[in-house]
Design a binder for this molecule. Structure first.
Ligand code: ADP
Ligand code: MG
Length: 255
């Protein structure tokens, strides 16, 4: 093959075509493929590659390190978890209508798994998502305070289509963070979606936000347009641990 052609394709930012070209040429040699079909395949290769790259970039921007899907979620393990509602949320329609979601339940029940799967669904639907745990948030606020970039942080967290805040209530945020959080919620109210996961009742939010009026105002706005999903059942994490221990035991006794 003409190596210059590959260089030219890359020069035109058609690296998906460049990558697929050797394979497609082989395919064309080995079977009936007319010129238009050949071009269609190559254009398809380029489009697929662009979509894959955009998806990977959006995942990275969202802070999603490991993709989770609801198709990998065993709904028979905790049958009270509402499958239909979670699957509906993963279609991202709630992001379009600026609804909120609160996933509330004990540790290990699958809140993070479901939240990531829903965020991945939103990204697939073309939205920007951002996932921050309360531990990340605490660090973000401290760093922004130290570098004088609180405004930028608030803007960043305000702008995104779907903001996923994980483990609300697991760590205390300082009073200035509470103020910033309130601003974020006020500005996102009815204009963007927020998904919160927590294992703490909402009555405790004032305590960990360190500012009861701010927490009440946040809750008011958030719950006015939020679907509350209670996830009840056993910890899958403990189940995984027990399974690993049983496998290790079997390994030991057979050796
Ligand atoms: P939580 O955020 O509620 O503490 P996670 O979502 O982190 O729980 O779940 C703990 C682990 O168990 C994760 O690896 C998750 O993928 C897995 N997990 C939880 N529930 C299920 C389930 N029903 N089916 C499959 N995997 C599950
Ligand atoms: Mg979690």
């Amino acid at each position: 093959m003409n190596p210059q052609l590959l260089t030219q394709l890359r020069h035109l930012h058609l690296s998906g075509m460049a990558e697929a070209l050797p394979l497609r040429v082989e395919q064309a040699k080995s079977g009936p493929l007319d010129a238009v079909e050949f071009l269609e395949l190559l254009v398809g290769d380029e489009l697929t590659r662009r979509a894959d790259r955009l998806f990977a970039r959006r995942l990275k921007q969202a802070g999603i390190m490991a993709v989770k899907e609801l198709s990998d979620f065993d709904f028979t393990f905790n049958p009270k978890i509402p499958r239909t509602r979670l699957v509906e949320l993963a279609t991202a329609r709630f992001v379009c209508s600026h609804q909120g979601v609160l996933l509330i339940g004990p540790p290990g029940i699958g809140k993070t798994h479901a939240a990531v799967a829903i965020a991945v669904g939103a990204i697939r639907a073309g939205y920007h998502a951002r996932l921050r745990s309360v531990f990340d948030l605490a660090a973000d606020f401290l760093e922004a305070e130290a570098t004088g970039q609180r405004r930028e942080l608030v803007d960043r967290l305000t702008r995104v289509d779907l903001l996923v805040l994980e483990d609300f209530g697991m760590k205390k945020l300082g009073p200035s963070a509470a103020e910033d959080m309130l601003e974020i919620f006020v500005r996102r109210h009815e204009t963007a979606s927020t998904l919160i996961t927590t294992n703490r009742p909402t009555e405790d939010w004032g305590q960990f936000l360190g500012d009861i009026p701010a927490a009440t105002a946040i809750l008011d706005r958030f719950l006015a347009h939020a679907e509350v999903i209670r996830m009840q059942g056993k910890s899958y994490r403990l189940h995984q641990r027990a399974q690993r221990a049983a496998t290790a035991d079997r390994g030991r006794s057979s050796s």
